[in-house]
Write a protein that binds this ligand. Structure first.
Ligand SMILES: Nc1ncnc2c1ncn2[C@@H]1O[C@H](COP(=O)(O)OP(=O)(O)O)[C@@H](O)[C@H]1O
Ligand SMILES: [Mg+2]
Length: 160
């Protein structure tokens, strides 16, 4: 099984949309998320439990996945909420793909903010995602929303 990739040509013209990598998926899950910040913790916890059930024992990897998921979720809820939102994860071949589906507000998109002050408390979410992920981007979804995804190294997922 492989994960569908974005159609480059379906993307808005002004934005570079990188294709999601094709992963030979061993495990995947979709977690529904309500468009309220209070639901981020529950979704993150569900992701953690799921990743553990898939066999990872590495606490650092788990923390990275939780952090990326929670930054993407917080942004989705803050900047492009809609009734149907989701956190999906797929694992295989040494990678973990995390994607958050939002309402795809066309007036903004995830970006890394430049020149964030060292003591600033906001404006770091995508910087953190960028630092932890092998790659990340977003894509328009067939149902009109946007999927912001990140691929993390996931050595615990390599078949032995
Ligand atoms: N899902 C999203 N939909 C629309 N815009 C987004 C989304 N995620 C991030 N952004 C944009 O990218 C910017 C940077 O996000 P981030 O680094 O998390 O900082 P912060 O959320 O603190 O502003 C946001 O200010 C917002 O303009
Ligand atoms: Mg943010």
């Amino acid at each position: 099984m492989t994960v569908n990739i974005a159609d480059r040509h379906a993307a808005p013209t002004a934005v570079t949309v990188v294709e999601r990598p094709r992963l030979p998926v061993r495990h995947q899950i979709a977690i529904e998320v309500a468009p309220h910040e209070q639901d981020v913790g529950r979704a993150r916890h569900k992701l953690r439990e799921t990743l553990i059930s898939w066999g990872t024992e590495d606490g650092e990897n788990l923390r990275s996945a939780e952090l990326v998921a929670s930054e993407l979720l917080t942004n989705a809820i803050r900047y492009a909420p809609r009734e149907e939102m989701a956190l999906t994860a797929a694992e295989g071949a040494g990678s973990l793909l995390i994607e958050v589906e939002d309402g795809g507000n066309p007036s903004s998109a995830p970006t890394i903010q430049q020149g964030v002050a060292a003591d600033a408390v906001s404006g770091r979410g995508m910087l953190i995602v960028d630092a932890m992920a092998d790659e990340w981007s977003w894509r328009p979804l067939p149902n009109g929303g946007r999927g912001t995804w990140a691929v993390l190294p996931w050595p615990g997922g390599v078949a032995r």
